[in-house]
Write a protein that binds this ligand. Structure first.
Ligand code: BG6
Length: 535
């Protein structure tokens, strides 16, 4: 894993072959004279000469995240000058129309400033292929374009295919890639496929999907995006745990009372009914982001930060996850109703555009799990996620036990809660430690205070977007930040019984916008004598 990139002081420029990326140092700046200063301390990787084909280039994800992230990488000098982007879509666009579409997306959504030099370089590598997924001719044209780019731009036969399309279309696309020979690499060159969730609807469909892909691309050539793993604050979980001495000794059942992992959003589903309805919060977010956060929080130190070693430790955690016997009280499921949020009247889920009046899709999901290992024996991990909640926040709160003995009067410590370490994944990125301190004055009164590390204060540079990191890693062939098929299946093994339980227990419980979810979520913790944090 590029955790090393968080810690590296200086690195040599080392070409590791087309199949891998390159590390660069200050001495490498001259290697790409027509790009901007590529000395980036956090991302010392650069993609080799290559092309990326995006299926679904006109979709929201490509327009708002992928294209801007590619431009930002180019702007930071992390893409090779030969990089090319091929858009594949149904529209009958000319090259100029495609270029205009990409330009607008960059101008509107890129994180880094617009620079003519970067744009000119980037736009020279743009190509558009119009066609549908069942059109052999279109894929033949795509194959031709790819060959032409290898010859004219020096992409060296290295190409990745990003399926930014609904999974129902995956079989047609991968079949076409195989038919037109686009999946076969030559010599040292690479061919990769990058896919977006949902990776199936349950364990069995996840396996079917994997079969489809496996016929055409190897596991090492398959990159599954979980964009949470591309977030700096998520990668920092490992830096914090394994590069320091002071946290790890406490990171176990002896000292930890419980862990709360929250991913809350204040928005509703917006225009995403087509994707969201029938999927819901648990499949959309818990199956991937929340269980990945759990795995990183609970895992043992990997032998190295190579993908295989990191995956081994994550898989161990996911395999050790146990659901409580009584899911009726150890889980909660909800659906937002209409109400007020942020001073505005908002509609309920059932009144959203293109949602049927009987939809039972969950927009809130909470779950208690245990990790049956010696380190975590008996420690509940409470996971929750939802739309239209109090505010947008993602955090991991490790809540510690009370000290075995406190040598002060009870009255002195009435305002003292449990010590806690809170990893603030977003939006106010950082880490907070909560502990008791004496309130100034003549009596011994101990009250909770916090100690804060904030990215905004500690670092001068803004964090890159998750997609910048993940696209760069996929093009550079670095895979520790991508969950493998085993992790996907283990996550479904955890969730399938919960989803079945919810399917049998009737409608999700309604909750008001701007609150922290349905009553059952509060009861879930209250019965354990605990309460959710209000982040
Ligand atoms: C996506 C989900 O994976 O994450 C969306 O499909 C959700 O429903 C989004 O809105 C949230 O991402 P972030 O990075 O804004 O927390």
């Amino acid at each position: 894993m590029q955790i090393s990139s968080l810690l590296i002081i200086d690195v040599e420029y080392v070409e590791v072959g087309a199949k891998g990326g390159k590390n660069l140092s200050s001495s490498s700046a001259g290697a790409f004279p027509d790009l901007h200063d590529p000395r980036d301390r956090r991302l010392p990787l650069i993609a080799p000469p290559c092309g990326l084909v995006i299926f679904g280039i006109t979709g929201d994800l490509a327009r708002k995240k992928l294209v801007p992230a590619l431009y930002d990488l180019a702007n930071r000098g992390l893409l090779h000058p030969a990089f090319t982007l091929i858009g594949f879509a149904r529209r009958d666009w000319s090259s100029a129309q495609f270029e205009d579409f990409i330009l607008k997306s960059v101008q509107r959504y890129a994180r880094t400033p617009f620079q003519d030099a970067t744009w000119n370089q980037f736009k020279d590598g743009l190509r558009f292929v119009s066609g549908t997924f069942d059109d052999d001719g279109a894929f033949d044209r795509l194959a031709h374009t790819v060959r032409e780019l290898d010859q004219t731009r020096g992409t060296g036969g290295n190409h990745a295919f990003y399926l930014s399309i609904p999974p129902d279309y995956f079989p047609s696309v991968v079949e076409q890639l195989a038919r037109s020979g686009l999946n076969s690499e030559h010599g040292d060159a690479f061919r990769r496929v990058i896919i977006e969730k949902p990776f199936g609807h349950n364990l069995s469909t996840a396996r079917e999907l994997s079969q489809v892909l496996r016929g055409v691309f190897d596991e090492e050539e398959t990159f599954r995006i979980d964009h949470y793993l591309g977030k700096e604050t998520v990668q920092n979980i490992l830096a914090m745990r394994f590069a320091n001495i002071m946290f790890e000794p406490l990171w176990n059942a002896r000292y930890v009372d419980h862990v709360q992992i929250t991913m809350a959003e204040d928005i509703g589903i917006g225009t995403r009914a087509g994707y969201y309805d029938g999927i819901g919060a648990a499949r959309d977010v818990m199956q991937n982001h929340l269980l990945q956060l759990l795995a990183l929080t609970a895992m043992e130190e990997p032998v190295t930060f190579d993908s295989a070693d990191v995956a081994t430790e994550k898989e161990k955690v996911l395999s050790a996850v146990r659901l409580p016997d009584n899911l009726a009280v150890a889980s909660a499921v909800g659906q937002y109703s209409s109400g007020w949020q942020g001073g505005k009247r908002v509609c309920g889920y059932l009144e959203e555009d293109n949602i049927g009046p009987d939809s039972t899709t969950d927009t809130f999901a909470a779950l208690t799990v245990y990790v049956d290992t010696r380190r975590w024996a008996g420690v509940p991990f409470y996971l929750r996620t939802g739309k239209r909640l109090g505010k947008r926040v993602t955090e991991i709160a490790v809540v510690f036990k009370r000290a075995a003995h406190i040598p002060f009067e009870d009255s002195s410590t009435q305002e003292l809660g449990n010590n806690a370490l809170v990893i603030r994944v977003q939006p106010d990125e950082g880490v907070t430690i909560r502990f008791g301190a004496k309130v100034p004055g003549v009596d011994m009164r101990v009250r909770d205070v916090t100690m804060d590390f904030g990215y905004g204060h500690a670092f001068t540079e803004d964090s890159p977007e998750a997609y910048e990191r993940l696209l760069l890693d996929a093009l550079a062939g670095q895979s520790p930040l991508f969950p493998n098929q085993r992790e996907v299946e283990l996550s479904w093994e955890i969730l399938d019984p919960v989803l079945e339980h919810w399917a049998q227990s009737g409608r999700p419980e309604p909750y008001r916008p701007g609150t922290w979810g349905p009553q059952s979520a509060h009861h879930m913790l209250a019965r354990d004598g605990r309460q959710w944090r209000i982040p």
